[in-house]
Design a protein around this ligand. Sequence first.
Ligand SMILES: Cc1cc2nc3c(=O)[nH]c(=O)nc-3n(C[C@H](O)[C@H](O)[C@H](O)COP(=O)(O)O)c2cc1C
Length: 193
Amino acid sequence: MVELKIISGTDRKNSNALRVSSYLKKQYEKEGADVEIVDLKEFPLEAVRGGPYGEENKPVTDFVRPILKADGLVIVTPEYNGGYPGILKMLIDYLPFPEAFEKLPICFVGESAGAFGALRAVEQLQLVVGYRNAYLFPERVFINRVKENFDEKEGLRDDFQQQLLMDQVHNFVEYVEQLKQQGLIRARLEGGA
Ligand SMILES: Cc1cc2nc3c(=O)[nH]c(=O)nc-3n(C[C@H](O)[C@H](O)[C@H](O)COP(=O)(O)O)c2cc1C
């Protein structure tokens, strides 16, 4: 069984990324994955006041531990001002450098109010985690006009888009399984901060 974490990429209240993440969790469970959501609303912001990069930091270590144990990540990101949310970059900058994403499969879902479904945010994220040597899963899904086009129980209202999302879920699990069987995923990491 593969262990996945879905990172819901914002701390905004009543977040659409969290709604999409909850829906995806159920779909990944149907595919037999062990999956949990990492909700950035819970990121310990107080513990990073003053910029304690690289220092012992228990709240941060506790928060990031599930990410470091995962066989793969699904990142659900909204688009904020043509990019991904600052809190998501904050999380990335408090993961252990340089090993956090090394040989870790990562899958991307974007959601936005606008017409392009957070394409820009996803591509910026791919640049960052690609620099850190992640395996970038090539099937990306972009949910545009998320309020109209996505329903937390039914998924995407458009059949074609829904099929893309379901294929992404199925194929990502298979991709992670195969990398794992071949010993190509980085070992589980300890620590954080
Ligand atoms: C700070 C902020 C900036 C935003 N910038 C954009 C943007 O550049 N393009 C866009 O299509 N939507 C933008 N939106 C709308 C969000 O993409 C949309 O509401 C999305 O569903 C928010 O995700 P969330 O509910 O998970 O926060 C912005 C929303 C916020 C709060």
